[in-house]
Ligand binder design. Sequence first.
Ligand code: PGA
Length: 239
Amino acid sequence: MKIVVVEPGMFGVESCRAFLILAGAFPAPVLGLPTGKTPVPLYETLRERSLLGEISLARFAAPFAIDEYGVSDPFHPCANRAFFPRYWDSIPETTPVRQFDPAASDREAEAGRMAGEIAAAGGLDLAVLGIGLNGHLAFNEPGSERSAGTRVVELSPESRSAAARCFGEVTPAWGLTLGLKELLGAKRVLLLANGGAKAAIMARALEGDVGPECPASFLREHADVTVLLDADAARLLSH
Ligand code: PGA
């Protein structure tokens, strides 16, 4: 595991650099992409550099969303389906992110569809991940086994309270998520974390026990993980 602590103000630039290096090993990378606050500087830097003509994401033609909120309106402004058009699909030359449809009549079948598409693409080459305050990866909440596949899940109180930032009082009770099986099956993983609120969970994930109570801890058993942190999120790491 490679752990990189970035200089203040450099999170976007450094996460963009890490993303391009890690994905650059694959001719047509199959990507797992996150939503949330953490990856916004990455997507904004990718867009800026694309608009300047410094980089092209044309060959990044197989991007998959890693999770989705359980909303009955697929156009809900807080759904991840609203996030990617803004932050990824708007980058010149990109292929739109393939997403879960939370309004699908058969949710389990919808999870199976995404798992099938990823398997048909040969599995993920690079999974880009954030981490929840409870150690979740995508919506693999505490208690998720390493072998858990893509599925419908009940959202934890921590995830619902984070969702309240956008949803307000009525937060989704369930979600759709790629499984730890698919995420840990990625050939490479880039885990991003910034801000002091993430310091305790990063210490637990990187230095505590490995197990389902902190799903992100399973990353320590993966052969090719890069963790990119700012100094605030790295504050409680012992080395
Ligand atoms: P955040 O979410 O980037 O908004 O903190 C991360 C996560 O829950 O995985």
